[in-house]
Design a protein around this ligand. Structure first.
Ligand code: 13P
Length: 254
C-alpha cells in the first residue's frame, strides 16, 4: 500500500511571518498526522522559518522548489542538494512546468539534478505533463514517456522507488480547470506502465504518483480515490491553511 503524499507548493509566495502563521494553523488542525505524508515546499527564503515553526513535528516534511546539480562552487544564485540537506530539507521539486516553460529547463537539465538529489539523500518530486496543444494532438502518452525516460534516465530501482512523480498537465496549472479523475487516472496508469518498462513490477508499484493542477478541497477526494493517484501537488489552494487541511483530510478517506 502506497502512503499518500500531499505537498504544498507555495511557488514565489509567503513571507517568513506568513509561513510561520500557516504552520501554526496547520499544526493545530493536523499536527499529529502520520497516515498521510505532508510536505511543505516554501520559497528558499522561508525554509528555515518553516522548519523552526514545525519544531518537534517531524512527521511533516519540508521540500525545496529547485536546486542545481553541482555540489558546491562558483554558481552564483544556485543552491545545491548539500545546502538543502544542511537545512534538514527532505524533498526537492524538479522539472516543474514553470521551470520548463519560463526558465528553459529540459529533461537533460532535470536528469542530473535528480541524480544529484539522490546522491545527497534528498527525495526528488519530478514533474511531468503535457500542454493543451499536445493533448489535442493526441500526444499525451508520447510526451509523458519522453519526459519520464529523459528525466529519470540511469536511476537504480531503489532510487526510482524513492522518487515521487507529479503528473501536472500544463493546461490545468493555475487555471481552475483540473483534469477529470478519469483523465488523470488514465495518465497515471500510463506513467506506472512506463515505470514497469523502465524498471520492474515491484518498483513501479512502489512509486508514488501525485496529481497536480487546480487541486482544491472540492475535487481532491474524487481525484485521490483513483487507484493510481497517490496524492497531490497543490499550488494555489495550498496558500490557505484551511483549504490545504481539507485537501490533506481528503487523502485520508479511502
Ligand atoms: P495550482 O494548484 O495553483 O493549479 O498549481 C499546481 C502546481 O503547479 C503545483 O506544483
Amino acid at each position: 500500500m502506497r502512503k499518500k503524499i500531499i505537498a504544498a507548493n507555495w511557488k514565489m509566495n509567503m513571507t517568513q511571518a506568513e509561513s510561520a502563521r500557516f504552520v501554526e494553523s496547520f499544526l493545530r488542525d493536523l499536527g499529529e498526522i502520520t497516515d498521510v505524508e505532508v510536505v511543505i515546499v516554501p520559497p528558499f527564503t522561508a525554509i528555515a522559518k518553516v522548519i523552526e515553526a514545525l519544531g518537534r513535528a517531524q512527521n511533516i516534511k519540508v521540500g525545496a522548489q529547485n536546486m542545481y546539480w553541482e555540489k558546491s562552487g562558483a554558481f552564483t544564485g544556485e543552491i545545491s542538494a548539500a545546502l538543502l540537506r544542511d537545512l534538514f530539507v527532505h524533498y526537492v521539486v524538479l522539472g516543474h512546468s514553470e521551470r520548463r516553460t519560463l526558465f528553459g529547463e529540459t529533461d537533460e537539465i532535470v536528469n542530473p539534478k535528480v541524480h544529484a538529489a539522490h546522491e545527497a539523500t534528498l527525495h526528488p518530486i519530478v514533474c511531468i505533463g503535457e500542454t493543451l496543444e499536445q493533448r489535442d494532438k493526441g500526444n499525451v502518452e508520447k510526451i509523458l514517456s519522453i519526459q519520464l525516460r529523459g528525466s529519470l534516465a540511469g536511476l537504480k530501482p531503489k532510487e526510482l522507488q524513492e522518487t515521487v512523480i507529479a503528473y501536472e498537465p500544463v493546461w490545468a496549472i493555475g487555471t481552475g480547470r483540473n483534469a477529470t479523475p478519469e483523465q488523470a487516472q488514465e495518465a497515471h496508469a500510463f506513467v506506472r506502465k512506463t515505470l514497469r518498462e523502465m524498471a520492474d513490477d515491484a518498483t513501479a508499484e512502489r512509486v508514488r504518483i501525485q496529481y497536480g493542477g487546480s487541486v482544491k478541497p472540492e475535487n481532491a477526494r474524487e481525484l485521490m480515490s483513483q487507484p493510481d493517484i497517490d496524492g497531490a501537488l497543490v499550488g494555489g489552494a495550498s496558500l490557505d491553511p484551511r483549504s490545504f487541511v481539507q485537501i490533506v483530510k481528503a487523502a485520508r478517506e479511502r
